[in-house]
Design a protein around this ligand. Sequence first.
Ligand SMILES: NC(=O)C1=CN([C@@H]2O[C@H](COP(=O)(O)OP(=O)(O)OC[C@H]3O[C@@H](n4cnc5c(N)ncnc54)[C@H](OP(=O)(O)O)[C@@H]3O)[C@@H](O)[C@H]2O)C=CC1
Ligand SMILES: O=C1Nc2ccccc2C1=O
Length: 292
Amino acid sequence: MVSVPEVNLNSGKVIPTIGLGFWLTPEDQAANIAYEGLNAGYRLLDSARIYKNEQGVINGIARWLAEDPEHRHRGDVFYTTKIYDTEHGYSETKAALNNSIEKAKKIGYIDLVLVHSPQSNYEKRHGTWMALQEAVDSGKVKSIGVSNYGIKHIKELLAYPDLKFKPVINQLELHPWLTRTKLVEFSKSQGIAIEAYSPLTHGKKLNDPDLVRLGKKYSKSPAQILIRWSLDKGFIPLPKTVHTARLAPNLDVFDFNLTNDEVKLLDQKDEDLKFCWDPTVYPLDNEKREDA
Ligand SMILES: NC(=O)C1=CN([C@@H]2O[C@H](COP(=O)(O)OP(=O)(O)OC[C@H]3O[C@@H](n4cnc5c(N)ncnc54)[C@H](OP(=O)(O)O)[C@@H]3O)[C@@H](O)[C@H]2O)C=CC1
Ligand SMILES: O=C1Nc2ccccc2C1=O
């Protein structure tokens, strides 16, 4: 079985370098996919409050841990959830966190809570961050971060007068057709690691001739080439599948590397193409038009 390497976060914790995504994984399948994902070697599981499958993912983790308590420990697994836009604000986020922490009771704590996107306003984003900082102080959440934050949203957050914990992660849509070089470099320059969502382009680019050619060269599938590109860029990719037969192949990417030239060739496909939403461009309060 593949053993996934880890990298350091600015919180002093470590995170696996690849994770399993759970967007659109139905709640009644989430426990089994989480359990089989852990059996296949995944150690990072990425849920969110809006995915409506947090409990399933946690049940799958708890089942896997309980099966072999001598060899499997809570610290072997990294569980992420996210606070959605409609739950921004101090009291709203407190309530959301309490609910997610309650769901996670079986596994003791949540490794990472992300602000799902910056789509609210300064006061609400700030209140959310204060509530997240308190959750870290309580020990129920180990690290906190952001998702879909643009450079301006990160700068705003880093300037909070009562900032105690910097974000450990910025989770962004990233693949060769969307490389976001400036945002990635700025995040990294602030000690913020990058998670790549939609790393498989929702399956839309798997027939790309360069992916097919590189797949033949390395005896890998185009999906595995995309995941390897993400790893070679220093991202933490989060491929999603509900098919157990795809779990192991999507993780079987640690026995080869793309060359620098091959990474650059794939980088050149960048055309700012998004398969998901793009809150990184969401206006700050002072950018909002009166009549908008
Ligand atoms: N923070 C945010 O705003 C966002 C976060 N995310 C996170 O990132 C994760 C991944 O992104 P996501 O948008 O789901 O998209 P992905 O790029 O991971 O694509 C998932 C799609 O690819 C298919 N697929 C998986 N493996 C293969 C394979 N080997 N060959 C062919 N097709 C394959 C899946 O189908 P099937 O399931 O049928 O196998 C599914 O339809 C999410 O699940 C979520 O955890 C995603 C979007 C936004
Ligand atoms: O995974 C996700 N897919 C999405 C699509 C639209 C809005 C949020 C999300 C996710 O978090």
